[in-house]
Design a binder for this molecule. Sequence first.
Ligand SMILES: [Ca+2]
Length: 239
Amino acid sequence: MKKALCFVVVLMILTSFAIMPAMAEDTNLALGKSVTAESDYSGTNPSKEDLIFFSATYLTDGEAPIWDGVSQDVHLCWYSEAQTQETDINLTIDLEDVYALNKVVLTPSSFLDGQSFPTDFDILVSNDGNEWSKIGEVRDRTGVISDNMVFDTDKEARYVRINVTKMSPITDGNVFFAGIAEVEAYGGPVTAPETEPTTETNPGTNDQSFTWLIVATAAFALAFGAFVFLRNRKEAEVF
Ligand SMILES: [Ca+2]
């Protein structure tokens, strides 16, 4: 019984530290964040008012729905049109804080089996929305696509931008179209400079680290309590 209890306590401690970095890396920093789109196709369903297939807000709504070709209430993707296939359209996401990013992920839309995914585009990031660093580019992409595109980075940034420079080949004869279902950004908090006194750090400004500090403290407290309990019991058995 004692060995089993000790094993559970140790397992809890190890598990809390093991899942800490995994959860941090798996947080989509772009989820629900605002998007500024230089072009946004209205795409209102003609048969039902107030239902919209396309919107720039769907870039960060956390969904990339599979459309059955019939349903009228599916929030498919950001969609845009341009007079020529060569274009210059910026989609900018504000993460609302500077993060140490490790990757940006783009999800094609199921609409037209991803064929509306842009042909040429750059992925850029910025701290201030003025100076931009390119972390990836795609050229001459065409055809069906369903797999996500992943762009690795080690940049610190608050803003993520997609600069579409060539629309997809999808056209109605008058304009060219482009669509993307979702943009995700992953990373963690920026490491504080070594010169910054740690005693002045306010835990409330870093909710994730503070949460894990609480978890780790609770785990240690539990382990210590179990140790004291077992020691007392052992002493009671001796005397
Ligand atoms: Ca979406």
